[in-house]
Design a binder for this molecule. Structure first.
Ligand code: GAP
Length: 489
């Protein structure tokens, strides 16, 4: 990261903390690595992002329904899915610093360094060597690459490496009170399997016809070897996943459709299209016949926010084999039984949160010839803003606070509101700008005479005078989900 992008990222992290969006978990105990808590505004923003996703999937599509499956599942599920044997990261330790690294990430950092030094040919060759070694699961080769390219430990500066070993990312725990009778269970590393094992329950009880989808939002857990970049790579995180069940042979058509639909969904939030790109997978996961990431240009470079996979019939077939229960669907249109193929879209809620935050945080210079001025604004789309409107009495006297409270008491039935009477109006505007509140309502002496107030718009900073009776409709229209969802149709 250059100094400028490093500062940009530090700004994002400190703004998120200072205004109650994201805190380090267990902070008073010096924190827990790669685990974060969402504060009073962060949890609102997160809930709004979930609502946007849920509505776009379940409300807009007659053939998509949502579920909420348990985090604990039968341990054989993870055998069947391949996670017990194959959900690993290649890991290497430096014997001097005693620090552990992901071997592929050490090599990727070296590729970045070659690129920065203008050694593109060397970078391309190293990328190819890395891809070949990963595709072949060749751990010995990974270590030789590290040695050949003189990759040193960033802490000790030495090349005193252990061999590369596989490290399973699932957290395990015991279920049941008796030590000898307890069963080992896992914290799910993805929400997808909860959908697969409920495929027939939902299909039958919901009378769903292929093609149809099952959506789910929920926590997932991975014992990441390297946890870094704030809420990018966490050990406890949240996913929003759709498994879309289709007739075999049609999956690549649906894959293309979902690829397009999902990018449109991200862009509807108002992000700069140049900040997004597709990245096709070189190494396909064991279950996929096509896979792409939607990447966002974070201050530390383009990184995955969402994965779209054509998962074939791998998961349902595996569950059929391991559970000995038929996972077939009878297709009345072609009079055939088959195991459906699946196209999956999986977006990390925390990474999405970070894209929205990074994309919205703006430092604006408002200086004029007369005076220097600036503001920090979170330009969230109004539908996802944590607080929809703030209400200010111009002064703390003359009955203005009472009038402002009266208006707030009506509006809070529909919108998340904040009341603020402290400091000058300008300061109060800045506080709301910094948390992304799209509208500020000011109650002044004229309000007491004619029942009108001013609304100040966050982005343009323009103000207009409107009747109190119209506030509910005006704000309701401005923050409506329609403005987001309409772009998806
Ligand atoms: N069911 C498919 C699946 O889990 P994945 O690419 O491993 O695929 C999907 O994960 C998404 O989950 C990623 O695109 C990312 O946004 C998010 N994600 C994965 N690991 C994460 C982590 N350690 N911390 C935060 N988000 C993560």
């Amino acid at each position: 990261m250059s100094k400028q992008t490093d500062d940009l990222f530090k700004n994002i992290v400190s703004h998120a903390k200072e205004y109650g969006f994201v805190f380090q978990s267990s902070e008073i105990y010096d924190g827990l690595s790669a685990v974060y808590d969402y504060g009073q505004l962060g949890s609102e923003l997160k809930n709004n992002l979930k609502t946007y996703w849920w509505k776009s999937m379940v409300q807009l599509n007659e053939n998509i329904v949502g579920i909420d499956s348990a985090i604990f599942m039968h341990p054989t599920i993870w055998k069947a899915s391949g996670h017990v044997d194959g959900f690993n990261d290649p890991m290497i330790d430096n014997k001097d610093s005693k620090k552990r690294y992901r071997a592929d990430q050490l090599i990727e950092d070296k590729i970045d360094r070659y690129e920065k030094d203008g050694k593109s040919d060397k970078a391309a060759q190293l990328q190819k060597d890395l891809d070949d070694a990963l595709n072949a699961d060749d751990l010995v080769r990974l270590k030789t690459i590290i040695e050949e390219h003189n990759i040193v430990c960033p802490i000790s500066g030495t090349k005193n490496w252990t061999d590369v070993r596989q490290f399973n990312l699932m957290f395990a725990t015991q279920m049941g009170a008796m030590a000898d009778g307890a069963e080992q269970v896992y914290l799910r590393p993805e929400t997808a399997q909860g959908i697969f094992v409920n495929f027939l329950n939902v299909q039958k009880t919901g009378r769903m016809k292929v093609p149809f989808g099952i959506a789910q939002i929920g926590k997932a857990f991975r014992n990441e070897v390297i946890a870094r970049q704030f809420i990018m790579r966490m050990r406890e995180f949240e996913q929003m996943e759709l498994q879309f069940f289709v007739r075999p042979g049609t999956e690549l058509e649906w894959y293309e459709k979902w690829k397009e639909t999902r990018l449109k969904w991200h862009l509807a939030l108002g992000s700069d299209p140049a900040k997004y790109r597709y990245h096709d997978h070189v190494k396909l996961a064991h279950y996929a016949n096509a896979a792409v990431d939607i990447e966002y240009d974070f201050p530390f470079g383009f990184k995955e926010v969402e994965g779209i996979h054509s998962r074939t019939d791998f998961d349902l077939k595996q569950h059929q084999e391991f559970s000995k229960k038929k996972m077939q669907y009878f297709d009345p249109e072609i009079n055939q039984n088959y195991i459906p193929y699946v196209v999956e879209t999986s977006v990390g809620l925390d990474r999405l949160f970070l894209t929205v935050f990074a994309n919205s945080l703006v430092h604006e210079d408002l200086s004029t010839e007369e005076k220097q001025d600036s503001r920090v604004v979170l330009k969230f789309h109004p539908a996802i803003a944590p607080v929809k409107a703030a209400i200010f009495p111009l002064t703390k006297k003359d009955g203005l606070p009472e009038k402002a409270r009266e208006i707030m008491n009506r509006l809070k039935l529909d919108f998340n509101m904040q009341y603020d009477e402290k400091d000058a109006i300008g300061k109060r505007y800045r506080r709301q700008d910094a948390i992304g509140t799209p509208y500020c309502i000011t109650v002044d002496h004229q309000t007491l005479e004619d029942n009108t107030v001013t609304i100040r718009h966050r982005d343009t900073m323009e103000q207009e005078r409107v009747a109190i009776d119209q506030l509910r409709n005006i704000i309701g229209d401005l923050v409506s989900w329609n403005h987001l969802l309409d772009q998806l149709l």
